[in-house]
Write a protein of this length. Sequence first.
Length: 142
Amino acid sequence: MIRYKKKVSEYSAGCEIDMTPMIDVVFQLIIFFIVTINMEQNYKKEIVLEDAKNAPVIKNPHPMTLVIEVDKRGWISLHGAQVTTTQLRALVQRRYNSVGEFPVLIRGDRDARHKDIRKVMDICSGVGLWKINFAAVKERKT
């Protein structure tokens, strides 16, 4: 009986692991987590909210809440980008058509004119949104 002994190096000489698919998967996971992570919203720092000492505190806002900001000049912004009333109407209508009803949070500057805030309210109600909240400060940090 003849037995052949092969060295371990002979078996593993032609074996290699292709790391390309693993690197692709890692990059896909990184992209997925970057896109889906719930980062803190970047609100405009120049907007000074009104005081509301007796207002209820909303601790966990609905994840579908659309935040619309109105500064003291009457400029409307959505996700940090300034939009016109026509653009806002189109964006809100498109979102309403795709997901249905969703809550809206209006962050209006304390020096903003009522007619500028009212424009945003009219756009939302014109689309069919009635869950509109207003951001205010319960207690100012000094």
